[in-house]
Design a protein around this ligand. Structure first.
Ligand SMILES: CC(C)(COP(=O)(O)OP(=O)(O)OC[C@H]1O[C@@H](n2cnc3c(N)ncnc32)[C@H](O)[C@@H]1OP(=O)(O)O)[C@@H](O)C(=O)NCCC(=O)NCCS
Length: 187
């Protein structure tokens, strides 16, 4: 009963200060992912970003690509931190002419499968909507079935294939599945 009430109150919490209050006063009412916070990435974050990137992909981005993303005016580079201010994920999104494109989403392996990828994508969709984007696009390897399941569960649909888009083992190439999400603007 009290737990239900707390959960309802928790749903209304929007500000970090409130979250910190609940974390201190009712620590059992919040899980780790509830306590995660998003903020913009800075150059100082790159060592940790590169660490997460290296654990996420067989062909990780080089540091120079992240520098370019941080410089590009129409790119939003987000990081996600836990309650102890440890970065556990990042996401890079470009937004132009009503379209947001998710270029990279990567979660620390120890934090995966707890709902953080979903929470991060919901944040990205919300920010894209604030910027008046009408769609969110992304590309994903067909072999990345976990990521595809995440995107489908959020309402993304396959809209095309780019043949041989990604590097693969033994000098082979892998297609990219293109996925899109339509934002319904309420205002
Ligand atoms: C793909 C990735 C972002 C998913 O993040 P995550 O925090 O583990 O995802 P969530 O816990 O929010 O999962 C949400 C849903 O996605 C699906 N999902 C996520 N990972 C999955 C996996 N490994 N296998 C099957 N389904 C998976 C499930 O439907 C899950 O819902 P459920 O928990 O109710 O079953 C993460 O695994 C990652 O960073 N991978 C390495 C980098 C990468 O591949 N990025 C995507 C590039 S396009």
């Amino acid at each position: 009963m009290i737990k239900n009430l707390l959960n309802q109150i928790k749903g209304l919490v929007t500000y970090d200060a409130d979250r910190e209050f609940y974390a201190k006063v009712f620590p059992d009412s919040l899980n780790q992912v509830d306590l995660m916070r998003f903020r913009k990435m800075s150059k100082a974050d790159l060592p940790r970003v590169l660490e997460i990137e290296a654990q996420g992909y067989n062909y990780p981005w080089k540091e120079a690509i992240f520098h370019d993303c941080l410089k590009a005016a129409h790119y939003d580079c987000w990081v996600c931190e836990d309650a102890n201010d440890v970065m556990v994920a990042f996401c890079i999104v470009s937004t132009a002419v009503g379209e947001a494109t998710v270029l990279n989403l990567c979660i620390d392996p120890v934090m995966r499968k707890q709902g953080l990828g979903r929470k991060f994508m919901q944040h990205v969709i919300e920010k894209a909507s604030d910027r008046k984007a009408e769609s969110v696009f992304l590309e994903v390897r067909p072999s990345n079935t976990g990521a595809i399941a995440l995107y489908e569960s959020l309402g993304f649909n396959e809209v095309g294939v780019r043949p041989g888009y990604y590097k693969a083992e033994n000098g082979e190439r892998e297609d990219a599945v293109m996925m899109a999400y339509t934002i319904i603007q309420s205002k």
